[in-house]
Design a binder for this molecule. Sequence first.
Ligand SMILES: N[C@@H](CCC(=O)NCCCC(=O)O)C(=O)O
Length: 259
Amino acid sequence: MTKPIVAIPADIRSLDGATWHAVQHQYVRAALNAAGVMAFVIPAFEEGYDTDAILDRVDGVLVSGSASNVHPSLYGIEATEADGPFDPARDATSLPLIRRAIDRAIPLLAICRGIQELNVALGGSLASEIQEQPGIWDHRKPDIGDRDGMYAIRQSVFIKEGSCIAGIVGAGEIRVNSLHRQAIAKTAPRLQVEATAEDGTIEAVSVIDAKAFAIGVQWHPEYWAETDRPSNKLFTAFGDAVRDYAASKLPAPPAQAIA
Ligand SMILES: N[C@@H](CCC(=O)NCCCC(=O)O)C(=O)O
């Protein structure tokens, strides 16, 4: 069997006066080296998308982090300038992709902006500038020039006993990185909380009654997926689910001819 393929929805970025559909290398690298799957970058369009045409051709969906925020109008809040930056094309692409992947039992791993999109896609809401709330830590990207420093593992997360992630990395404390200023506020009805930080911030969720792997994490397992044990286990489990889904689509072998 050839390698299964995961779709990674792109961000819209401007570079050299041109518009790019972009995905950071760390997601593609983790998909290939830790999950053992190929990745297709899915362009981001505000209109005219055929979500099922994409999902017909892939075996999983990996929703990446990004500096942009989900538009607040998508969870019933009027946006201000301070809620940005926005990426309406990514919102319009990834939210339906998430909903349909869950409906179709296609494995889904949603990271950072991805867990926020998963929550909004299923009817939840987000809190902004969480570090300004009493008792909430500063979860933002550290002000450090090099990427290993930005993505350094520096925070504890507590995985709930009996959760899906506990079945992959074990229950209890793991150490993770953190690069976000928003977090889940109202948890979508179809999501269960799998892990929290010490300050109560929701760090991981799974889809209740999902027929396939359907997990969101607020941290970045992709960055250290080749070297950090919990990060590697998450990506390996995602890869296994993607392989199982790909195998389930193969035609049944022909019945043995009776001699
Ligand atoms: N809206 C989010 C975005 C969180 C996120 O995905 N962070 C990754 C940052 C990647 C980068 O800056 O390159 C928020 O909560 O801030």
